[in-house]
Design a protein around this ligand. Structure first.
Ligand code: ZN
Length: 226
């Protein structure tokens, strides 16, 4: 299997976007409540750092064939974020920057793209999913930093891929409600089949924001995703 070029490019662009926005946030904002419930900016930045570290563990798994999960358990993932959020702002920045460049180097060096690894949610996926998992994190959390980046700043293909990803996951988990997403700027719509589907309308970027649990449209509250 060849390297997933589009996804690797999204990782690079998204990392740059996230780190650029992070650089514009003063240290004094780190202990303040962020845009995600229960998390300060420090929690969010620490999480993005530890996520890169966890995905580097998946790259190692793909490369060596030796099982190396993202996190030992959901509890340890959360405990790590809590601990990380208590670090001085400078150290959290360093954590986010260093783990990010390490992961990008690891991905660049990877050749075993068809090796199977397990996500934190327990899905068995080919290593080609690793850059996608990182793409979701850096782009969406760049919005969550609250510096003014929006889903309408994302490339169209990325917006479509994000919507398709969340719709696919919700459909596979049988998570209601059934709905039809009608994008005013796309030729086709997205559907989760079922009884009496809720129709949600907006631009693709607005629909993407909504289905990622970041509000903005009239529709059922789906809960935060990621
Ligand atoms: Zn996340």
């Amino acid at each position: 299997m060849t390297a997933p070029a589009q996804r690797l490019a999204w990782v690079e662009q998204g990392s740059r976007l996230f780190l650029d926005q992070l650089a514009s946030i003063p240290d004094s904002a780190f202990p303040e409540p962020g845009t995600l419930p229960g998390w300060t900016t420090a929690h969010l930045v620490a999480h993005v750092g530890y996520n890169a570290k966890a995905l580097s563990r998946l790259v190692r798994w793909a490369r060596t064939g030796e099982e190396s999960p993202m996190y030992p358990s959901p509890e340890s993932r959360n405990a790590e974020i809590e601990q990380g959020a208590k670090l001085p702002a400078g150290e959290i920045r360093e954590l986010a920057t260093e783990t990010d460049s390490r992961l990008r180097a690891d991905l660049t060096a990877l050749t075993a793209w068809d090796a199977q690894v397990r996500t934190a949610q327990g899905r068995l996926v080919p290593a080609t999913e690793i850059p996608w998992l990182r793409t979701r994190e850096v782009w969406i959390h760049a919005v969550d930093l609250g510096t003014g980046v929006g889903f309408d700043d994302f490339p169209d293909e990325l917006v479509d891929a994000l919507i398709a990803d969340v719709v696919g996951l919700r459909a596979s988990r049988d998570q209601g409600p059934a709905f039809v997403l009608e994008a005013s700027d796309r030729a086709s719509d997205w559907r989760i089949p079922g009884e009496e589907p809720v129709v949600v309308r907006g631009t693709a970027a607005e629909l993407c924001r909504w289905i990622c649990g970041r509000g903005g449209l009239d529709g059922p509250d789906l809960g935060k995703w990621l």
